[in-house]
Design a protein around this ligand. Structure first.
Ligand code: CA
Length: 238
């Protein structure tokens, strides 16, 4: 049975989530503060499969919790809950290590779909890390991406990728040289078919450029295609 940690101080919302997720067959624990969540997650790394993390918490907020987990090399999938009137929190959420976000108020069915998507990807990543599988490494232009280890090496820098970042990179590499729309990326990587804010994609691109590009302001690999989306090229044209 999959296990969800809900980090939310609004008891009404937390208990509503517990009730509904349990009805869907999940095991659910609720933490009302960021400190409590970190304690639970540090205690037992394998107890939970996914975290639903509210940004607004008393004491340490959701950004802090996500950043702490990533700092401790805990890469459990995180779905962050943000306030609808604060779109800037989305970027901060991704920067702190969230894998996906949902603006409040949200529809339960969408939350559940997102959780399923996150857990499915993390299962793949776990399988790919198993010793009997061959490694999944791509090298280009002095960069190495190890999809099994979720690691990107560029020069002497090594960056640990979140599941989402790795999925998006893989998708872009699979479509090397082609222009891909934000909508196509949202559908393929996030599994989202409904109308969604496509800005999340742009935030991811900003991060990937920071990892990949020698000069993120003048990208050589992850190019913007005006009016469409992005194009990934492994070998920059002169
Ligand atoms: Ca809250």
């Amino acid at each position: 049975m999959n296990s969800v940690l809900v980090v939310e101080d609004e008891i009404h919302l937390a208990e509503g989530l517990r009730f509904n997720l349990e009805a869907e067959g999940y095991r659910v624990e609720v933490a009302a503060t960021g400190e409590m969540a970190l304690e639970l997650l540090h205690q037992n790394r394998d107890k939970f499969d996914v975290v639903v993390l509210d940004v607004m918490l008393p004491g340490q907020d959701g950004f802090f919790v996500a950043a702490e987990l990533r700092q401790a090399e805990n890469f459990i999938p995180i779905l962050m809950l943000t306030a609808r009137n604060r779109p800037e929190d989305v970027l901060r959420g991704f920067e702190s290590g969230a894998d996906d976000y949902l603006a409040k108020p949200f529809e339960l069915s969408i939350l559940i779909a997102r959780l399923r998507g996150l857990m499915r990807r993390s299962e793949w990543a776990k399988r790919e890390r198993a010793p009997q599988t061959t490694s999944d490494i791509i090298t280009f232009a002095g960069k190495t991406i190890d999809f099994s280890a979720l690691e990107l090496k560029a020069g002497d820098r090594t960056v640990r990728l979140t599941l989402m970042e790795a999925d998006l990179l893989r998708y872009l590499l699979q479509h090397e040289g082609q222009s891909v729309s934000r909508k196509a990326m949202l559908e393929a990587v996030w599994g989202l078919h409904e109308d969604t804010d496509t800005r999340a994609i742009d935030n991811f691109i900003v991060r990937l450029r920071k990892y990949l590009e020698d000069n993120p302001a003048q990208p050589q690999h992850l190019l913007t295609v005006r009016g469409i989306g992005y194009r990934f090229v492994t070998t920059p044209s002169a």
